[in-house]
Design a protein. Structure first.
Length: 632
């Protein structure tokens, strides 16, 4: 490669164009994809879904990305980064890194050049090289860090020069990201499938695009901005790197194109059966008794089922446009749905015959052949029979082991304390499951506040003490964590660590309440139960709830003495008492007659005119909005 670069007078773009093949995608027949796009480009995405920019995705595939950019770095900054020593973790894995780099070079994921050539490449930046581990995998995961700086004069961090995703005028540099919507769209799709097919088996199959980011190629000039050095090598990526701020963005454009093709293709049954789809093994059909026991979904103003529930070619959606995707459909249509997904993936990212030196975009070695009603997707178990999302036992066991280690560090006689990093790891892992377990988030609030306070006072020394300082946690925090840890190794479907899909997605409420409070008292009512209640100033005083006691003669109440309190406290108590009423009544009704529970569980919308009180409840239970969730 170095000899070829010399032949082209160090013009890296000319070298890439000469190499062709997987380095440029010039060998691909883009007319097939263009013709397919023309058939679906005027079909709008489902309501609320992000717009699909098909021309921009096509341009990124053909010309490389980013589609527009402006980067600047002084040569002094490049020299500093060249001299920067790799981390100890990276040095420890030196042999594995060498092996991984050579393997990926053979796959044309990057180009290795002699390190000294960084002096001669115009426009070169050098990002820092890092190593990480994923899901306790012993093999290191390499990533390039274009964010960190090595000195006060270093201006070579490329990520700082990339605008925010979807910023004004920045769509060609960093398109908007919708990764966070993928999992919720999957749940919405399952809910609507169950509405249209209440007693039919719904199967799922998860897969991923192999080396997804590497398949989105850089413009030859832009690849130099995300280069790095390791040992004797100058490493220049061919496809987008894991670590660049705009890497997810441009993959997102093609991922949405794949999703749109799979979900909008007019006649899925006419597509030739792909090899991977033919290999899929369907489980035995459910018995009538099993089908009758399926958890149901209920239609409302937001969810009406899928459009063509009786057609031989019903709607197909691929809601997730990340590299990991999950196809779900009813039993009799499942193979067709999988087939169109595989076909759409290969249309966008290339058929195996087009890049024989690389693994196919859907690697047959990783292909899961068995369709199932319960699959693991994006770290959660999705069960279509119970219509439930479950935080897996392996993640709960990992959190439990981290907590046990923390208890050991906090207990005498060897009370060494815990590092901020170990505490942050516990909070980070729990945050993943908090969508299903608001009680877990509530039980770690004091720990989160404690860590936030410590970090805010030590920002100037953060890098030095993050892994070194030892913190002794107060006893109430330890008690909270022990109560949390005692629930982790329970049954897989424990409602403390699982949740009905109908309680996660946005839906119309099954029960609604309105509450208010003032210095003269508080009260609430609900037309759904129905009930109404009011507490006077004397009632509040009897309950030891402080008020500012402004007397209102129309209620014929005695004057109350002034007491230090705030209206937010009274509003909070009003909401809290009303929730107790709302939760108690459906629970009693359900215990007497379980059939009274609405499909998807009771969903409560609490209305109040105090944003501070509602915001606290929202924060405490980690919900996107304070409306929903009781699974009895």
């Amino acid at each position: 490669m170095a000899a070829a670069l010399l032949r082209f007078n160090f013009n890296y773009g000319d070298l890439i164009r000469w190499l062709k093949g997987p380095y440029t995608y010039n060998h691909r027949d883009w007319t097939v994809l263009q013709d397919c796009i023309k058939l679906v480009e005027n079909i709008p995405p489902p309501p609320g879904w992000p717009k699909v920019k098909l021309p921009r995705a096509m341009k990124a595939l053909q010309q490389g990305c980013p589609l527009a950019s402006h980067y600047h770095c002084s040569f002094d900054g490049v020299l500093q980064r060249n001299l920067h020593q790799p981390s100890k973790a990276l040095q420890k894995e030196a042999k594995s890194v060498d092996k991984r780099l050579r393997k990926e070079e053979k796959l044309s994921y990057h180009i290795l050049l002699p390190r000294f050539l960084f002096h001669f490449l115009f426009g070169l930046h050098l990002a820092l090289f890092r190593v990480a581990y994923k899901n306790d995998n012993p093999d290191p995961r390499l990533f390039v860090n274009p964010t960190s700086t090595v000195s006060n004069t270093d201006n070579g961090n490329a990520n700082a020069q990339i605008p925010d995703p979807g910023a004004h005028g920045g769509h060609k540099e960093n398109p908007p990201i919708y990764y966070g919507m993928a999992f919720m769209r999957q749940l919405v799709w399952l809910w609507n499938l169950r509405i249209s097919y209440p007693h039919e088996e719904m199967l799922q199959l998860a897969e991923d695009v192999s080396a997804a980011f590497h398949r989105i190629l850089y413009d030859p000039l832009m690849a130099l901005v995300f280069a790095t050095v390791w040992g004797m090598y100058l490493v220049i990526p061919v496809g987008t790197i894991f670590g660049a701020r705009n890497s997810p963005s441009f993959y997102m454009e093609t991922g949405k194109t794949r999703s749109h093709l799979a979900g909008s293709w007019p006649d899925a049954t006419s597509i030739l059966l792909q090899d991977l789809a033919e290999q899929v093994v369907l489980p035995p059909s459910p018995t009538p008794a099993e089908a009758a026991s399926f958890t149901q979904a209920i239609a409302d103003s937001q969810h009406q089922g899928i459009a063509n529930p009786t057609s031989e070619n019903p709607e197909r959606h691929l809601p997730s446009f990340v590299d990991d995707s999950c196809t779900a459909h009813v039993y009799w249509h499942f193979r067709t749905a999988i087939n169109v997904v595989v076909w759409a993936t290969q249309i966008v990212y290339g058929f195996p015959s087009e890049d024989p030196t690389r693994p196919p975009c859907i690697n047959p070695i990783k292909w899961i052949k068995d369709a199932a009603t319960r699959v693991k997707f994006l770290g959660f178990l999705l069960d279509t029979r119970q219509m439930r999302v479950i935080w897996p036992l392996d993640k709960r066991a990992k959190l439990s082991s981290l907590l046990v280690e923390l208890f050991r560090q906090q207990s005498p006689p060897h009370q060494r304390g815990s590092t901020p990093q170990s505490i942050a790891k516990i909070l980070g892992l729990l945050q993943h499951g908090a969508m299903l377990a608001p009680l877990g988030a509530l039980q770690t609030l004091r720990l989160q506040f404690f860590l936030n306070d410590i970090v805010s006072k030590a920002l100037a020394h953060l890098r030095r003490w993050w892994q070194g300082i030892r913190l002794i946690l107060p006893r109430p925090i330890i008690d909270d964590l022990r109560r949390l840890q005692s629930t982790l190794l329970s049954d897989e479907s424990d409602p403390r660590w699982s949740c009905l899909i109908g309680l996660i997605i946005q839906r119309d409420p099954t029960h609604m309440s309105r509450s208010d409070a003032s210095m003269n008292g508080m009260g609430a009512w609900s037309a759904d139960l129905p009930h109404t209640w009011r507490l006077s100033i004397d009632d509040l005083k009897a309950c030891a709830i402080p008020t500012n006691g402004c007397h209102n003669p129309q209620y014929h109440e005695p004057r109350a003495k002034q007491a230090p309190a705030h209206i937010n406290i009274l509003e909070f108590f009003g909401i809290f008492i009303e929730l107790w009423f709302l939760l108690r009544s459906p629970k009693q009704t359900y215990e007497a007659d379980p059939t009274t529970a609405p499909p998807g569980g009771f969903r409560i919308l609490a209305l109040a005119n105090n944003t501070s009180a509602l915001s606290w409840l929202e924060y405490a239970q980690n919900a996107p909005s304070f409306d929903a969730w009781l699974a009895y």
